[in-house]
Design a protein around this ligand. Structure first.
Ligand code: FAD
Length: 334
């Protein structure tokens, strides 16, 4: 490098290395920033370099202002257009690509959520680069850690792509502080491409209980519950006694005992609460992939040899139809 004397120095630095510049793709719903998507900002902070946030949707100003307050973000790029409200990847991917090209970012980071899983592979394909999915760690700007084989092996992957398209596992990157920042806000580019798909409606399961993905405590039921009536009768009072979210194994979901949105595991949600209390779940590897990072795992199962006891911190061998109501009653008396 030449001595630091004016523009010549800057030119030679940029010729040698591209400065790190991350774009964190943040999620919003109904004009409110989704705070669980702020893990993307935390991942960008781990990388270092400048951090820009991207938001899009109708009346986006409020969301952009919320994002501007997030600690660590320098700039918010916002696109105000109702076409992007629901995050449909068919229109969102070309939008994001245009903004990526304009901003010359080195890393594009989104959550490994339904939104991120749908969007980012399309973005990677449009940019002709390879996506790095569901990372749980960052070694350096091109080396990332990600679980494979349902979490049974941990891969260290290196990307030589110019732009790195990354999704992050929510349980591995805590949300960045929602306050403390004062980023600038600027309008993004809107290609206004004709949408190829149309949003018709959505049917969301409404619940007053904590959100499964971010809850501090989760109570989860499996096939051992035998029916939807018993799942509701046994597990829901326990969840209420603990102030916990409700989860389920895939067998319980497939048998119709619990809603699909409650599935924990490889093909469901990945959770890492302070307490994961499960009953009537055997502990198949695909289920463990979604909960084994929980701080305390407690299991109730009538089979002392059930694999769940191999990873449980606390285990109770017994009939859940006796033990769970007994526990709920004791908790309610406290
Ligand atoms: P079971 O394995 O049938 O276990 C029921 C348990 O309840 C048993 O251990 C039994 O001892 C106990 N029990 C029964 N009655 C009582 C009682 N009265 N009191 C106490 N205990 C009792 N599974 C997931 O959970 N999540 C996933 O995301 C997922 N993804 C998958 C992806 C793939 C590609 C595949 C192939 C499978 C996937 N599975 C997933 C399924 C997984 O392999 C198991 O089949 C499933 O987790 C089993 O659910 P379970 O433990 O509720 O049922």
């Amino acid at each position: 490098l030449r001595p630091r004397t004016g523009p010549t120095y800057v030119a030679s630095v940029s010729a040698l290395t591209r400065l790190l510049s991350s774009l964190a793709v943040l999620e919003q719903r109904d004009g409110k920033l989704n705070h669980s998507s702020l893990g993307a900002v935390t991942a960008a902070q781990k990388l270092g370099g400048s951090i820009t946030a991207f938001v899009a949707g109708s009346n986006i100003k409020g969301v952009a202002e919320e994002a501007a307050k997030v600690a660590g973000i320098e700039k918010v790029v916002a696109v105000d257009n109702g076409t992007y409200d629901k995050g449909l990847s068919e229109s969102y991917a070309p939008l994001l690509v245009e903004n990526i090209k304009k901003g010359e970012y080195t890393h594009i980071i989104a959550g490994h959520t339904a939104f991120g899983k749908n969007l980012m592979p399309r973005v990677a394909a449009l940019l002709d680069v390879q996506q790095v999915s569901d990372i749980t760690g960052i070694e350096n700007e091109k080396t990332f850690i990600r679980p494979i084989y349902a979490g049974n092996a941990i891969a260290t992957v290196e990307s030589s792509d110019n732009i790195k398209i990354i999704t992050i596992r929510g349980t591995a990157f805590a949300a960045a502080e929602a306050e403390g920042g004062s980023a600038s806000i600027e309008d993004g580019v809107d290609p206004k491409s004709e949408p190829s798909v149309e949003w018709i409606s959505e049917n969301l399961t409404k619940s007053d209980r904590p959100d499964l993905a971010t809850a501090g405590k989760v109570v989860s039921g499996g096939r051992g519950l035998k029916s939807k009536e018993d799942f509701d009768k046994i597990m829901l009072p326990l969840a209420d006694a603990l102030g916990a979210a409700v989860g389920a194994s895939r067998a319980a979901v497939d048998s119709g005992y619990a809603d699909n949105s409650l599935q924990v595991g490889q093909t469901g949600k990945v959770v890492a609460p302070q307490l994961y209390l499960c009953a009537g779940i055997s502990g198949a590897i695909q289920h463990l992939a979604g909960m084994k990072d929980s701080k305390v795992i407690a299991a109730i199962n009538k089979d002392a040899d059930a694999p769940i006891f191999q990873i449980a911190d606390v285990g109770l061998v017994g009939d859940l139809f006796d033990k769970v109501p007994e526990l709920t009653e004791k908790l309610n008396k406290q």
